[in-house]
Design a protein around this ligand. Sequence first.
Ligand SMILES: NC(=O)c1ccc[n+]([C@@H]2O[C@H](COP(=O)([O-])OP(=O)(O)OC[C@H]3O[C@@H](n4cnc5c(N)ncnc54)[C@H](OP(=O)(O)O)[C@@H]3O)[C@@H](O)[C@H]2O)c1
Length: 270
Amino acid sequence: MSYGSQAAKRLADKVIFITGASSGIGQATAREFASAANGQIKLVLSARRLDRLKSLSDELTSSYKNISVYYNVLDVSKIASIPVFIDSLPSEFKEIDILINNAGKAIGVDKVGSIKQDDINDMFQTNVLGMIQVVQSILPGMIERKRGDIVQLGSIAGREPYPGGAIYCATKHSLRAFTSALRKEVVNSPVRIIEIQPGAVETEFSKVRYYGDEKAAKKVYEGGEPLVAEDIAELIVFSCSRRANTVIAETLVFPTCQASPFHYYRGKGN
Ligand SMILES: NC(=O)c1ccc[n+]([C@@H]2O[C@H](COP(=O)([O-])OP(=O)(O)OC[C@H]3O[C@@H](n4cnc5c(N)ncnc54)[C@H](OP(=O)(O)O)[C@@H]3O)[C@@H](O)[C@H]2O)c1
C-alpha cells in the first residue's frame, strides 16, 4: 500500500521490534513497514521458528538495499528470557521506537470443565505474561527517550467472549485492561499506546487452535471472506505513521461478512 511521502518520512530510521514475526500478522507487518518506509527502517524480528525469520530477513534485505534487519529466537512464554533478549540487541537496534506486541495464540475450543491445563498455561504465559514482560522491558527506554509507539494485538475476543473461547477471551480481555491502564499511565509522555482488535483473519491462527488440523482450520472461514494478515498490517502501519499528536487508541476491525464472534455470514447454502 502507498502511504505517501509523509508516512515514509515519519517512519524513516525507526527501530521496529516485532514479536511473532514468523507468520501471519507479524510477518505481514514486517513487510508492510519495509514497503511504507521504502526500506529506510531497522527491523528486529523475533519468534520461535528461526528458519522462518531467516527467510523473511533474506527476502527483505534482497528487496531493500537500505534496510537493516536483526532476527533471533524469542519465546515470549519464557518470561526471564525477554529482558535478556532486549539487553543483548546489537547497538544499532537497541533504541526501539515501535513495538509490535503480536505473538499470541488460541489453543483448543474446549468448554470450561474440560480445558487442558497445558493449554491454559500456554495461552496465559504467551498472551498475558509474555505480552506484559515485553512491554515492561521496552517501555522505560521509550519514556526516557521521549518517543515510542506500542502496538498491542488485541482481538474481538477481548470485547465479546464466546463459548469455546473462555481462556483465549480471558487473555485478550487481560490485554485490553492492561493496555487501557498503560495508556492512562503514559498520557503525560509522547509514547503512544495503540490496540488493534481484529475479527477473523485467515493466518495460521486456526491451525494452531485446532492442533494442526488444516481441515478444521479451513472450516472456520468457509463461505465467507475473512481478513488476511496484510489487512491488519496496513492498519498497524497506518496507525504508527500518524502525526505525533494523534493516537489511534483502539481499532476494532472485521471482515465485511462479520459483525461479532457469532455473526459471520457464510453466504448461500450455509
Ligand atoms: N487470526 C485471527 O483471526 C486473529 C484475530 C484477532 C487477534 N489475533 C491476534 O493476532 C496475533 C497474531 O496472530 P496471527 O493471526 O498472525 O497467528 P499466526 O499466524 O499463528 O502467528 C502467530 C505468531 O505468534 C508466534 N508465537 C506463538 N507463540 C509464541 C511464543 N511463545 N513466543 C514467541 N512467538 C510466539 C508465532 O511464531 P512461532 O510459532 O515461530 O513462535 C507466530 O509468528 C495474536 O496475538 C492473535 O491472538 C488474531
